[in-house]
Design a protein around this ligand. Structure first.
Ligand SMILES: Cc1cc2nc3c(=O)[nH]c(=O)nc-3n(C[C@H](O)[C@H](O)[C@H](O)COP(=O)(O)OP(=O)(O)OC[C@H]3O[C@@H](n4cnc5c(N)ncnc54)[C@H](O)[C@@H]3O)c2cc1C
Ligand code: SF4
Length: 537
């Protein structure tokens, strides 16, 4: 019997393990994948650009690895990584926060629920997450509430950022250097980013990957992290409490049972609903588990300018514009979006293959000229919007495919609604304006819709599938991310987010995980025997 059983050793599992193990609790974490060997990352390999498309492809269906589980989808490209550190092994490290209005969309327009908590409730946890993780950035963005100084200062201004800021200024649109979980100065025993680029995992440890920066601390504090341990089912006792989990030790092929006083799910927005559904529909008598999947409304542009901006060198992120973050109903839709400016394709091969916007280098006589006009001159911008929840956008169990241990795979259905589509069209127009303001000699828009009009978004944000709420009928967990039905079951990954906001979600997911872990730590005696969920105001 352990005090706390955590399922999943990704970003949120790491943070929960750290807080709970440092408090002296007996913590076990079960992770289906393995440790990532830094020397194995594409960064070190001569054919790194090919490796990123094959073995290191973040698309779970494009690599053939026994640590993964299949995710069937007729639309979204499901991107994730299943190993210690989870998807942060391949993430981009952009680290922006939600705005206070993201938590009260129900009050604003009623098409999304209000969160049961406010920005102010998680604001202290944003700060502690930044300190634990190591973040670079510049406090003082007037589009955001005041924040503490970032643990390290902003990353150096790139040529791409200079060019973009001039374009934003011409349009009189907001811009600010985006916070990143990449340290600009030596911090917490890790060296500053040296701008070497190709951040497909950072071999220096300058980008926080949770496997290298958080997990060693959690293990030193006493957490028992077991790899190649895939959880098959959470078991429930006669008193309605979770008793522990059956898992397969994939090294010995034995099925084992780990008893626990409290179970914490950290298996991400697809893995957590999949596990609950596979556990005899646990915590799902209201049929909400897996529903309301949010991916963010995403479109992008790639522009090419008339001189080198070295978009292929160094860390990818640069500026964020929150000009359109709020609802303005005169635009024809509710909710807002942000412009996330990145550099462009990191390798010559990827550029030529049309990685960002499908603009491919021609074969034959025009090839060299095309290359000269494009390589090192490109800039990428993503527009990321707050998509409205739709119960039909969902994660369910795949009735046909199983993973390498015989557990049902996941099935993902996602299609943007009318509001999302109107937002996408508006975003594309703004990206066009931005390219013109940056004096782009050429630009190309990417709406991720195929010839048949199917939206095939890169789905690196998987949110909302076990959402938190005030109403047990329409949500899966309460304001402490505690299951309404199983009082010693908590969820800490992105599935609990009630709305998706307009930015990359991991800072918010991390702050939420710290908040829940702190709540469990401070109330362990009560929660470890509770037979009812905590009463909420
Ligand atoms: C390509 C890419 C780029 C991204 N860029 C950014 C970015 O720039 N900024 C940002 O904010 N976010 C970014 N993200 C998203 C970010 O990585 C996730 O939000 C974050 O990792 C979520 O943390 P998590 O703990 O919920 O899940 P994960 O980190 O995905 O971890 C879940 C873990 O659970 C394990 N697991 C699942 N099921 C089981 C089971 N049954 N038994 C045992 N273990 C299980 C998995 O193996 C995995 O290790 C990106 C993601 C991708 C894929
Ligand atoms: S650019 Fe910085 S974050 Fe990226 S791999 Fe190099 S040192 Fe790491």
């Amino acid at each position: 019997m352990c005090d706390i059983l955590i399922v999943g050793a990704g970003a949120t599992g790491a943070l929960a393990a750290l807080v709970l193990a440092q408090a002296g609790l007996d913590v076990v974490c079960l992770e289906q994948g393995a440790w990532v060997n830094d020397a194995d990352r594409p960064h070190h390999l001569a054919d790194w650009s090919w490796q990123r498309r094959t073995r290191w492809n973040p698309d779970v269906n494009r690599r053939d690895h026994a640590d993964d589980f299949p995710v069937k989808s007729d639309s979204s490209q499901i991107l994730m990584w299943n190993a210690v550190g989870g998807s942060t092994n391949v993430y981009g490290g952009l680290w922006p926060r939600y705005r206070p209005s993201d938590f009260r969309k129900g009050t604003e327009h009623g098409l999304q629920p209000d969160w049961p908590i406010t920005y102010e409730d998680i604001s202290p946890f944003y700060e502690s997450a930044d300190r634990i993780i190591g973040v670079s950035g510049l406090a003082g963005d007037l589009a955001m509430p005041p924040r503490e100084r970032c643990p390290t200062g902003p990353l150096p201004v790139s040529d791409v950022a200079r060019r973009l800021s001039a374009g934003f200024d011409k349009l009189d649109w907001h811009w600010w250097p985006v916070e990143a979980s990449v340290i600009s100065e030596d911090y917490d025993g890790r060296p500053a980013c040296n701008n070497c680029g190709v951040c497909n995992g950072c071999p220096r440890g300058s980008m926080n990957e949770f496997s290298t920066s958080i997990w060693p601390k959690a293990i030193r504090a006493g957490c028992d992290l077991r790899t190649h341990a895939r959880v098959l089912k959470i078991e429930k006792g006669a008193d309605g409490r979770a008793t522990g989990a059956y898992y397969i030790d994939r090294n010995s092929d034995q099925i084992l049972f780990q008893k626990a006083r409290i179970v914490v799910l950290a298996a991400n927005g697809v893995g957590t609903p999949r596990l609950l559904l596979a556990s005899n529909n646990l915590a799902n008598s209201n049929d909400q588990v897996g529903r309301n999947l949010l991916h963010h409304t995403l479109v992008a542009s790639e522009m090419w300018v008339d001189g080198p901006v070295d978009g292929h060198i160094g860390y990818a992120a640069s500026l964020i514009s929150r000009e359109f973050a709020e609802t303005d109903i005169s635009r024809g839709f509710v909710n807002g979006f942000n412009l996330n400016c990145v550099t462009s394709t990191p390798s010559a091969g990827e550029l030529a293959a049309g990685w960002f916007s499908s603009a491919r280098a021609p074969w034959g006589s025009g090839h060299h000229q095309w290359f000269e006009n494009h390589f090192g001159r490109s800039i990428g911008v993503f527009a990321i919007g707050d998509d409205l929840p739709n119960p039909e956008n969902r994660v369910s169990l795949d009735p046909e495919r199983t993973d390498s241990d015989g557990m049902p795979g996941a099935k993902v259905q996602y299609a943007p609604g009318e509001n999302d589509k109107r937002m996408m069209n508006y975003m594309l127009d703004r990206l066009k304006e931005l390219a013109q303001a940056c004096d782009a000699v050429e630009y190309r828009l990417q709406d991720y819709r195929d010839e048949g009009g199917v939206y095939r978004t890169p789905a690196w944000h998987m949110l909302g599938t076990c959402r938190m709420g005030k109403d047990p009928e329409t949500s899966v967990v309460n304001g402490w991310t505690q299951s309404w039905e199983v009082p010693n079951l908590f969820i800490v990954d992105g599935s609990v987010l009630a709305t998706g906001g307009t930015v990359n979600p991991t800072p918010t997911i991390s702050a939420m995980a710290l908040r829940t872990a702190t709540y469990i730590r401070d109330n362990f005696a009560v929660l470890s025997t509770a037979t009812k969920h905590t009463a909420m105001d």
